[in-house]
Design a protein around this ligand. Structure first.
Ligand code: SF4
Length: 332
């Protein structure tokens, strides 16, 4: 593990039972996360994109140990978070925070902003109330609100301001890593840019690492140093952002990029190549999970699942077209 590595995810799997119940065996299993591996460096912004139901939110929750995995490992600063006793995990929580998607439902309407923002601080430190209030006031100003807002309730704020309160809550304990789960998708487009710029400024100032989860590639492109694209629980491609955007090597990434209306006048947006819906994870396709929608699908794709391979330094794809073994073994 390199010195700069903060988070390491290795072969992570999460399956959910189907049906079943008390004394009843489940009728099957859904693999929401299917053997995912990647690392995040200190101060890095790592983007996880994919369509709804691809497993990205479950992955975010596993990273924070908000749920237990079926198998696999997550280490934070070299420590295995799933092997940690609860007391140690509580201390670790100070260093890993989450920003939720919905600024309306994620803030308790009965609590004042002071109580909301200082909540993680109460759980992880022995500071007095006046010390906590001072920290909260400083953080509120950092996110573009005022110290006087500490005595207000969430309903007194707009959606963008509420999301700033959510950001302040995450920052209050000075974390090293923030999992931002669709942090701007519930906001108006005009407000989205403000919150994204705020997250970028805070990252520089506080040397924060982000795992930025979004269905919107244009948002992730704006914020992230590297991007991974997920499909049916697996990572299809992972690369530094510039390479990911300019030279996608996986057919799924290529199709997603063609669907994005980039504001650059020199770039042409082409018609969407993606046809059909994401198959149900309850009954995933055999072979490559993307094969029923892939324009390049050949026989081997239907039979065998390609594993992720590093095709250039720090550029990974899971596709037979890029594999050293390529068409080898193909029956024609
Ligand atoms: Fe398409 Fe085959 Fe590559 Fe899957 S492995 S993305 S089906 S070409």
């Amino acid at each position: 593990m390199g010195d700069r590595t903060l988070l390491q995810v290795t072969g992570l799997v999460k399956s959910f039972p189907l049906g079943g119940g008390f004394l009843k065996k489940p009728s099957g299993w859904v693999r929401a996360v299917d053997g995912v591996s990647f690392t995040v460096a200190r101060g890095e912004s790592f983007g996880l994109v994919g369509e709804s139901g691809c497993g990205k939110t479950t992955l975010g929750r596993l990273i924070l140990r908000l749920m237990e995995p079926t198998s696999g490992r997550v280490t934070f600063d070299g420590k295995d978070i799933f092997a940690m006793p609860r007391t140690e995990l509580l201390q670790l929580r100070r260093r890993m925070q989450i920003i939720f998607q919905d600024p309306y439902s994620s803030l308790d309407p009965r609590m004042k902003v002071e109580a909301i923002v200082t909540e993680p601080l109460r759980a992880t430190s022995n500071r007095t109330r006046s010390q906590r209030r001072r920290v909260a006031a400083e953080i509120l100003e950092k996110v573009g609100l005022r110290a006087g807002d500490l005595d207000k309730y969430p309903h007194e704020f707009s959606g963008g301001q509420r999301q700033r309160i959510g950001v302040a809550r995450a920052l209050c304990v000075r974390p090293d890593l923030i999992v931002a789960d669709e942090p701007v998708s519930a906001l108006d487009v005009s407000i989205q840019a403000q919150v994204i710029n705020l997250l970028g400024d805070l990252q520089e100032e506080m040397e924060l690492a982000y795992v930025f989860i979004s269905h919107d590639l244009s948002v992730v492109e704006h914020v992230c140093d590297r991007i991974a694209v997920m499909y049916l629980g697996s990572i299809m491609e992972l690369a530094p952002t510039v390479e990911f955007i300019r030279q996608p090597r996986h057919p799924y990434t290529e199709a997603l990029l063609k669907a994005v209306p980039f504001p650059d006048p020199h770039r042409r947006s082409e018609p969407v190549l993606l046809e059909g819906d994401v198959p149900s994870p309850v009954d995933p396709p055999t072979g490559c999970p993307f094969h029923p929608r892939c324009a390049y699908c050949f026989d081997r794709c239907r039979r065998e699942k390609p594993s992720s391979e590093e095709i250039e330094p720090d550029h990974w794809t899971a596709c037979w077209l890029n594999s050293g073994r390529g068409l080898e073994g193909e029956q024609t």
